[in-house]
Design a protein around this ligand. Structure first.
Ligand code: FES
Ligand code: FES
Length: 203
């Protein structure tokens, strides 16, 4: 399958006030409930929920969501490819919707819920159903595109439990893969959808 034109995803949705577990790491990140960290000059505190954990990061106006995820929060599963909204390697979910973290201003994350690839697995490190399907179908080779692909597919299945191949391709139109040729990726999403329907929900 030949991928269609890439799609840029940066539009924020409605804000949320989700609450969850404390963040586990991050040099400049801190759990909410403790005393506010002093912000460096020219920075603004961004309070948001990352993978179910409340976090606070001091961000500059020029910072991208990608910068604060990979930097102070240490969530390096989110990849940077083009840095220009063309490849989808940096895809994360903001309030459940896929966005390109390389285009999304860090300050815009305030009050939102962000999911990265680190947030998909179970508490003991179990893979999500979509992650397992990617492995089983051979939809991962070098793996650089995989976090973004898997997050885009996860968002698709949340909205369309039984997607057509066309819907799968449309959902992944902004995610480029240099390795697999896309056939296995579409197959993996289809397999994850079928497994999820059989199981009665995401696993
Ligand atoms: S790194 Fe964000 S779209 Fe390529
Ligand atoms: S698996 Fe290598 S870029 Fe997709």
């Amino acid at each position: 399958m030949t991928p269609r034109k890439t799609g840029r995803r940066s539009a924020p949705g409605p804000r949320v006030s989700a609450r969850g577990r404390r963040p586990e790491s991050g040099a400049a990140a801190r759990a909410s409930g403790s005393r506010p960290a002093a912000s460096a000059p020219g920075t603004t505190p961004v309070r948001f929920v990352v993978n179910g954990a409340e976090a606070e990061v001091a961000a500059r106006p020029s910072d991208r969501l990608l910068d604060i995820l990979r930097g102070p929060l240490g969530l390096t599963g989110t990849k940077e490819g083009c840095g220009a909204g063309e490849c989808g390697a940096c895809t994360v979910l903001v309030d459940g919707r896929p966005v390109n973290a390389c285009l999304f201003p860090a300050l815009e994350a305030d009050g939102r819920a962000v999911t990265t690839i680190e947030g998909l697995g179970g508490p003991a490190g179990e893979l999500s159903d979509v992650q397992r399907a990617f492995v089983e179908c051979g939809a991962i080779q070098c793996g650089f595109c995989s976090p973004g692909m898997i997050l885009a597919a996860t968002a698709l299945l949340a909205e369309h439990p039984d997607p057509t191949d066309g819907q799968i391709r449309d959902a992944l139109v902004g995610n480029l893969c240099r390795c697999t040729g896309y056939v296995q990726i579409v197959e993996a999403v289809r397999a994850a959808a079928a497994r999820r329907r059989t199981a009665g929900g995401a696993r």
